[in-house]
Design a protein around this ligand. Structure first.
Ligand SMILES: NC(=O)C1=CN([C@@H]2O[C@H](COP(=O)(O)OP(=O)(O)OC[C@H]3O[C@@H](n4cnc5c(N)ncnc54)[C@H](OP(=O)(O)O)[C@@H]3O)[C@@H](O)[C@H]2O)C=CC1
Ligand SMILES: O=C1CO[C@H](CO)[C@@H](O)[C@@H]1O
Length: 344
């Protein structure tokens, strides 16, 4: 039996400032688009070259605020711009499929906000279009591009945790009633906004679940307000998963393997420390870094996408397309089992 290691691997993320500068087109002018631009500009040499909105006035206002040289009043015009290397799709969940398709069919590389699509069938169709066009495509689950997750990925892939027996993970936040998360027409509810973080951790480690049981509570707005589920794999190993839009939860996680356990010092999906303990707790390996806020690491995904595209890669190993598709398959199972209706 291999001995439990004495130290953790180190992060292998190249300097984001050294990533080749690409011309980015921003599709959608909402909250995350602004965080992405601010973070990417502060930490990389990427060029925010154009923005596209449903309205010319919004596009021009946004371009003026962020000093973006070109503003388009339609998404079609943005993706047709020959100077753009990659489109960042930052619209609500239920529009990702149409907007990614638009960009891929215009021959553009795409980074799309999470979740990539509303279900596995949509995701698989987009992946097929990207493959046929030889285009780069990735889901912007930014957590997986952080140095912390590069270390975790090495821990997972080394086998030092043994067989993963259980995972405990959850994510809850507070939202005011005017937030789109309360809008059934925009696929509201916490599952797609917040639940994608714990669910992607679970499927990264366990793959597509064999079975899902759970319970959901509906909100008076018509979206689901919270849900909890247990996902089990082929061997019966279990993952507990919960998400709520009613308040700030610890957003912590624990991963329990036959040889080792991972515990996080703070929110598992943000920059911050974690510990890997040998099963009996006799060895504790620590990863330390300051705890960050949830948009402070967005630039890592921009730099990784730029490196991949410049190198001719069509996907990133930080968030492989197969991992995204596995998460979408798990989402399908949860939605079906709990009776969530997105009106698709
Ligand atoms: N990585 C992260 O940390 C985060 C990721 N996200 C993800 O980003 C995506 C967008 O979220 P967020 O920025 O909070 O959303 P917002 O509501 O703030 O912005 C969405 C933008 O999409 C465009 N849009 C196009 N069609 C519609 C429509 N029918 N209704 C509303 N907006 C529309 C609008 O831009 P325009 O009017 O210019 O066309 C709008 O500004 C989601 O998929 C979410 O999961 C969100 C927050 C954090
Ligand atoms: O990814 C996310 C993290 O937190 C946001 C709110 O603060 C969410 O809306 C979002 O989708």
């Amino acid at each position: 039996m291999t001995a439990f290691p004495d130290r953790l691997p180190t992060a292998r993320i190249p300097d984001p400032m050294a990533a080749p500068a690409l011309n980015w087109g921003i599709l959608g002018t909402g909250w995350i688009a602004e965080q992405f631009i601010a973070s990417t500009r502060a930490h990389t040499r990427q060029v925010i070259a154009a923005v596209g909105s449903r309205s010319a006035a919004t596009a021009q206002k946004f371009a003026a605020k962020w000093d973006i040289p070109t503003a388009y009043g339609t998404y079609e015009a943005l993706v047709a711009d020959p100077a753009i290397d990659v489109i960042y799709v930052a619209t609500p969940h239920n529009l990702h499929f149409a907007h990614v398709k638009l960009a891929l069919e215009a021959g553009k590389n795409v980074l799309v906000e999470k979740p990539m699509a509303m279900n596995h069938a949509q995701g698989a169709e987009l992946v097929a279009i990207a493959r046929a066009g030889g285009l780069f495509f990735a889901e912007a689950l930014w957590t997986y591009f952080l140095p912390k997750f590069d270390v975790l990925a090495q821990v997972f892939d080394s086998g030092m945790l043994g067989e993963i027996k259980s995972i405990h993970s959850e994510y809850g936040e507070f939202f005011t009633r005017d937030h789109r998360i309360f809008n059934p027409a925009l696929a509201g509810g916490p599952l797609l906004d917040l639940g994608t973080y714990p669910l992607s951790l679970i499927t990264r480690l366990m793959g597509v679940p064999r079975e899902v049981v759970g319970a959901v509570q509906m909100d008076e707005s018509g979206v689901h307000g919270q849900l909890s589920a247990i996902l089990s794999d082929r061997s019966g190993n279990q993952a507990s998963f919960a998400t709520t839009l009613y308040g700030l939860t610890p957003t912590n996680a624990a991963i329990v393997g036959t040889k080792g356990t991972v515990r996080f010092d703070s929110e598992f999906n943000l920059p911050g420390g974690f510990q890997v303990l040998s099963t009996d707790g006799s060895k504790v390996l620590r990863y330390t870094e300051p705890t960050g806020r949830h948009f402070e690491g967005l630039f890592y995904e921009a730099a990784e996408v730029a490196r991949c595209i410049a190198a001719g890669a069509t996907q990133t190993q930080c968030r492989p397309l197969a991992d995204t598709l596995a998460m979408l398959e798990a989402l399908d199972m949860i939605v079906a089992r709990l009776g969530i209706d997105y009106g698709l």
